[in-house]
Design a protein around this ligand. Structure first.
Ligand SMILES: [Cu+2]
Length: 167
């Protein structure tokens, strides 16, 4: 009888240790991901659509290549701060970047909520009116990279696209 009771209490200890270990892992792993996440977390700051468009227009006026891609200006800005707007139903303008150079991409919506999915910058952001996000990127491989809207924003959402060219 005594032997049986001891083995029951041993197995309870096993269960207690297992439950404690599981709870510890479940609570520690999100904290681990938050603190040591390798993904760049975007910096955000407040804007108005008008102030953001002023900066965007000034970049386009200065660095437009003279080419249009599907009626959208192709812009070749130098490394540093660059701007991209999400609007129903396009990303504006088309950016041409250089391999191995580092850019701080400022992103904002100038109308409703949009999503911004861009594997090159490992970014999948929600763009909300009144706020800009900054993503740092250093493109390593040349090519044409598609941008997509990942948040339903209206009837033409599924066709909302943009481009970044890397040379
Ligand atoms: Cu959309």
């Amino acid at each position: 009888m005594r032997v049986l009771r001891e083995s029951v209490s041993d197995s309870w200890w096993g269960v207690i240790i297992l439950v404690t270990a599981t709870l510890t892992l479940v609570s520690v792993m999100p904290a681990w991901r938050w603190v040591w996440s390798p993904e760049p977390r975007p910096v955000t700051y407040k804007i108005t659509a008008a102030s953001f468009l002023t900066q965007l227009d000034s970049m386009i006026a200065t660095y437009w290549t003279g080419d249009l891609i599907e009626d959208i200006p192709l812009v070749h800005p130098p490394p540093g701060d660059i701007y991209l707007a999400a609007q129903r139903f396009r990303f504006f303008p088309v950016l041409e970047l250089e391999m191995g150079r580092t850019y701080r991409l400022h992103l904002a919506t100038t109308d409703s909520v949009h999503g911004f999915t861009f594997p090159l910058a490992q970014a999948d952001l929600l763009l909300v009116p009144g706020s800009a996000a900054v993503v740092t990127l250093t493109p390593g491989v040349s090519g044409r990279y598609a941008l997509q809207c990942s948040e339903y924003c209206g009837l033409e959402h599924s066709r909302m696209k943009g481009w970044v060219f890397v040379k």
